[in-house]
Write a protein that binds this ligand. Structure first.
Ligand SMILES: Cc1cc2nc3c(=O)[nH]c(=O)nc-3n(C[C@H](O)[C@H](O)[C@H](O)COP(=O)(O)OP(=O)(O)OC[C@H]3O[C@@H](n4cnc5c(N)ncnc54)[C@H](O)[C@@H]3O)c2cc1C
Length: 462
């Protein structure tokens, strides 16, 4: 094992096992949900050597990561890229925070752990848009293989009338999933569920079977205690970290692809990746790692930056920064879509509700627009649907309109009750989410410095 302790910040090869090699079979840039799970699957073959470059620290054992309920403690810390958007013209020029995991496990280390598959219609639309084989039936069979569902206890089922559908889950995969069952306040069965029923929203016994509509219990990527996080590190990486053909390098930020000298324009071959490490003094050092295959998995906000710095992207963006165009690919950094979230809080009358302890979003409600919008709002949304947002493709717009009309859910509400130190309870709708916005934006570089953040413009409400 190589050690640069004392010279460099963090650990370069922090984990036991892998021997250094000159040319890896695979270098994976970004050790998040995608990158780590892919590295573990690829290195199942002992004849393949795999290295992961992760810009953040390992985060292993950090309680803000292991305790799912403390996830927001990571926001604004070193475990978060701390990105912000450019001022959003259609929401009063506000700048929005874009929390993004910068730690081994990526988003899976700091997210809320909500476990919810897409709707059947959405997966099927992928195939109809041209991605052959990417449809509900084939995806459903595969994603279940990654899941280990822990059903709630008989007592929890009887107390809260919890439901789930065994056919919608896997029981032998690396990522644990449980229903939020521990310390649930009686508020949920006594107030939340009857309120939703009175609004005409019938309970959905399990939203993971391809049909979201309706209120349901919240499924979380957690151990059976519903508070210990199960994520790419604990589920995929830690059980196999001693593999000699798998190496994970934290605090190592990939900056660009190195192209082989034998490349010709139009047929480019990558030979490795350039990356940055930091000395204790804060001085960055650029290094190169050689590999036969390069996989970029730095997330939707970071991967376009690496491609553009490598000369892959929209010629207009690249030439404005003096970067030679290696591959003319205008889609890089385009079609950016993010889900706007807002929160509404209400103080509850003292003494009416026992908020229990450490409760989060035990009930979620997912609805088409007609489930929550007034008649007037629905009319207005019909008008809005007459015009395609500028950066949304015709094909996507067509499918999205069809789905809205067919009642595929578009809005998500998460009920959350919490008590403060004085036992004053608050009801929060902490996730009022527009799950499928029509607006499309961009994420591009505006500097050739790999350490500069990208310019993020999701064009919220645009
Ligand atoms: C606050 C928050 C809450 C969320 N809540 C939920 C939820 O409840 N349920 C749900 O299903 N999803 C949720 N998500 C989304 C989910 O976490 C992401 O969809 C998922 O993690 C994306 O996986 P990914 O591999 O594409 O990217 P990530 O998991 O973000 O991984 C990317 C990794 O690449 C690293 N990286 C980036 N650039 C470089 C570089 N140049 N060099 C080296 N490493 C680099 C990053 O540090 C990161 O570790 C949430 C996300 C956030 C941020």
């Amino acid at each position: 094992m190589l050690s640069f302790a004392g010279l460099l910040l963090g650990a370069i090869f922090p984990f036991a096992g892998a021997a250094a090699t000159n040319v890896y079979d695979y270098v994976i840039v970004g050790g998040g949900a995608t990158g780590l799970s892919l590295a573990v699957r690829l290195s199942e073959d002992p004849n393949r050597t795999v290295v992961v470059l992760e810009a953040g620290n390992s985060g292993i054992g950090n309680p803000n990561i292991t305790n799912l309920r403390l996830n927001s403690n990571n926001f604004g810390t070193a475990n978060d890229w701390q990105f912000v958007t450019v001022p959003q013209v259609d929401v009063g020029n506000r700048v929005q925070a874009q929390v993004q995991g910068k730690v081994l496990g990526g988003g899976s280390a700091i997210n809320s752990g909500m476990y919810l598959r897409g709707n059947k219609d959405e997966y099927d639309a992928l195939e109809r848009l041209g991605a052959k084989g990417w449809k509900w039936d084939s995806m459903f069979a595969v994603v279940k293989e990654s899941e280990h569902f822990h059903p709630p206890s008989q007592t929890e089922v009887e107390t809260f009338n919890m439901t789930w559908n065994p056919a919608a889950h896997g029981f032998a995969g690396p990522i644990s999933v449980a229903i939020q069952a521990v310390n649930v306040s009686h508020f949920f069965p006594e107030y939340a569920v009857p309120t939703l029923k009175a609004l005409g929203h019938e309970m959905n016994n399990d939203p993971n079977g391809g049909f979201h509509n309706g209120p349901s219990w919240d499924f979380l990527t957690s151990l059976a205690d519903s508070s210990t996080r199960s994520y790419a590190v604990s589920g995929y990486y830690l059980p196999v970290m001693n593999r000699t053909n798998l190496r994970v390098m934290t605090e190592s930020q990939g900056s660009k692809i190195v192209w082989s000298s034998s490349s010709t324009r139009g047929l480019m071959t990558a030979s490795g990746v350039e990356y940055v490490v930091f000395h204790e003094s804060g001085v960055p050092e650029t290094r190169t790692i050689d590999a036969k295959n390069i996989i970029l998995s730095g997330s939707a906000l970071n991967t376009p930056k690496i491609l553009e710095l490598s000369g892959v992207g929209d010629p207009e963006v690249l030439s404005s920064l003096g970067i030679d165009v290696v591959v003319d690919l205008p889609g890089v950094g385009a079609n950016l879509c993010n889900q706007p979230i807002t929160t509404a809080s209400y103080l509850l009358k003292n003494g009416t509700v026992n908020a229990g302890n450490a409760i989060r979003s035990a009930i979620i409600d997912i609805q088409p627009f007609s489930g929550y919008l007034s008649g007037e709002d629905l009319k207005r949304s019909e008008e809005l649907l007459q015009t395609k947002p500028d950066l949304l493709s015709e094909a996507q717009f067509k499918f999205m309109k069809e789905q809205i009309k067919a009642g595929v859910p578009q809005m998500e509400f998460a009920w959350n009750v919490a008590a403060d130190a004085n036992n004053v309870s608050t009801l929060r709708f902490d996730r009022l989410i527009l799950v499928k916005p029509l607006s499309r934006g961009t994420v591009h570089i505006n500097s050739t410095d790999p350490l500069e953040p990208p310019v993020i413009d999701p064009k919220l409400a645009g």
